[in-house]
Design a protein around this ligand. Sequence first.
Ligand SMILES: Cc1ncc(COP(=O)(O)O)c(C=O)c1O
Length: 405
Amino acid sequence: MEKMDPRAPFAAIGGVIPPEFDTLPTPCYLIDEAALAQNAAILGGLAARTGCRVLLAQKAFSNYDCYPILAPHLAGTEASGLFEARLGAEKMPGKEVHVFCAAYRKEEMDELLRYADHIVFNSPNQLSAFGPMAKATGKSVGLRINPECSTQEGHDIYDPCAPGSRLGTTRAQWDSALEKNPSLPDLLDGLHFHTLCEQDADALEVTLDAVAEKFGDLLRRMKWLNFGGGHHITRPGYDIKRLERCIARAQQDFGVTVYLEPGEACALNAGFLLTRVLDVVQNGDTTIAILDASAACHMPDVIEMPYKPPLLGAAEPDDAPYRVRLGGPTCLSGDVIGDYGFDAPLAIGDLLVFGDMAIYTTCKNNTFNGMPLPSILTRSPNGDCRTICSFGYEDFRYRLGSSDQ
Ligand SMILES: Cc1ncc(COP(=O)(O)O)c(C=O)c1O
């Protein structure tokens, strides 16, 4: 299976920094509404052609000021727990709310069931504990399965099918739960799997074979099958026809409604992180620019995944005359965004624009080292930029202690 390059080169805004970017505060995230609308239209087209239902996985992107752009094309939102479920219900009103969590707490169930339309359990234990209550309130109940089919290599933390995974129920776990409680399937309306990460439909095809082989008997009794996220549908070159065949196959073979819950694909290449150079230092052969944005705080997946984000106007380090390592201002030695090649030396005050910064950033950043959180702005299709929120010292302080001291 061909492994996809996880990030496309910088493709937005025609490859030039629009003049209005120069007036914006840094660091800031800038959400590109036109790109969001384009992604949403692709996902809406898929739903219209196939009859599948597409949800926004809010863990990747939850800047709800932009939900009105996505909502007309989507069936609703997917949540990882109570707060995201509530956000989806409040900010995409009238649309479906689906929730999956590796383990729910008893105390949150009442409130969660007010927001959720679909609730997916991770284990037979959780299904037995909370399934009857969910069903009694008229909710659609699902189980996350683990088809034990890894289609990705190199980053186990993104592979829910890695050996010993805590995510999803294996066939062996299901069979042993059935021995104790043979009526367990009666609680279920659907099955859910999430096994992919930034992958194409060939990986989904392989996964569907494993799902059919391991859970085909149960699936025939279900109303729906949720394919999870990790489908890079809006990425140029993604094999959408193959995805459509996968959807049709599940619909025909099992008589289920198919759900997809992509996060990245909804907001892929639909945001920038603007930052300025604070200092340039030389250590032996290495030229380092210290930016006012931090990998660790503002783009944590750069370190966690890890990956190197696309940077407007920059080349690979060996493909341009000036090689510069870009790093953040925190104390973490590894707060490094990557090595890039430039046509001219970087100078203090230079503006840099990272691409594909709408996903897993604003919803995942942190204030380690007391780093300020970047403002979040939107850019309308006519180029107007609007601040939707900005943060200060109070936002840092209130999470760390009592408000009256
Ligand atoms: C259960 C579930 N659904 C959906 C997603 C969204 O995945 P992606 O943003 O890669 O499409 C994730 C990501 O971790 C997930 O765990």
